[in-house]
Design a protein around this ligand. Structure first.
Ligand code: 5GP
Length: 221
């Protein structure tokens, strides 16, 4: 339905759109990965920025889909060659966003979704504030966050404890984001994110060629 609204509201063939960068951040266990997957499945104009990381793959993770898994030497090479748009150390591992695929997507008027932390979000904001839309996902309660982290059980117990300790640190950055969603209900949170995306796409500055379009209207074309 949102898709219908987009096509009836925006004459995309006449008004090209500038792609935007949508960031989702949250403490581990707030449901961000599920929300990203649902959004990507529901909207074919946005694609995921696949990060590089020095962290070891978890069970079920696919190289090139969830992350590109690399070692510290290759990571440093990317940093030194300025091939990362942003990078950060999170939980003792290095993470970064390859620059090329993001720039290609934006140039084609496609949106890019980032699952990155607050450090990366700050770096993107410094580089391209106008193209950035940032959303912070909060868990409904501390208890629920704990439950989700333990039931996930993909990390070892000491890693889970470390992440619980880090969660309150991460949550302290909520006020740096454009939007905040408390993830009480998955369907509603997905709808909320899609509504934000729709609104942000309709921002005047992102509709390139709008003045030509209006001139055409005024000229009776
Ligand atoms: P995980 O190891 O659980 O997949 O991710 C740990 C944290 O690193 C999450 O908060 C995730 O959003 C963040 N992260 C993943 N990729 C990147 C990245 O490329 N840059 C930054 N700054 N953070 C990332």
């Amino acid at each position: 339905m949102l898709k219908d609204l987009m096509t009836t509201t925006l004459p995309f063939n006449l008004i090209r759109r500038r792609g935007l960068m949508m960031v989702l951040s949250s403490p581990s266990g707030a449901g961000k990965t599920t929300l990203s997957r649902r959004l990507l499945a529901a909207d074919d104009e946005i694609s995921l920025s696949v990060s590089v990381t020095t962290r070891a793959p978890r069970a079920g993770e696919v190289n090139g889909r969830d992350y590109t898994f690399i070692d510290a030497t290759d990571f440093n090479l990317l940093v030194n060659r300025d091939q990362l748009l942003e990078s950060a150390k999170v939980f003792g591992n290095y993470y970064g966003t390859p620059r090329g695929p993001v720039e290609d997507s934006l140039a084609q008027g496609r949106d890019v979704l980032f699952d990155i932390d607050w450090q990366g979000t700050q770096q993107l904001a410094e580089k391209a504030r106008d193209d950035l839309v940032s959303i912070f996902i909060l868990p409904p309660s501390w208890h629920e966050l704990e439950r989700r982290l333990f039931s996930r059980a993909q990390d070892d117990p000491s890693e889970i404890n470390r992440r619980m300790a880090k969660a309150s640190d991460e949550m302290s950055h909520w006020a740096e984001y454009d939007y905040v969603i408390v993830n009480r209900n998955l369907d509603q949170s997905v709808e909320a994110i899609r509504s934000i995306l729709l609104s942000e796409r309709l921002k005047r500055r992102r509709q390139i060629g709008l003045s030509e379009f209006v001139s055409g209207l005024q000229a009776g074309r």
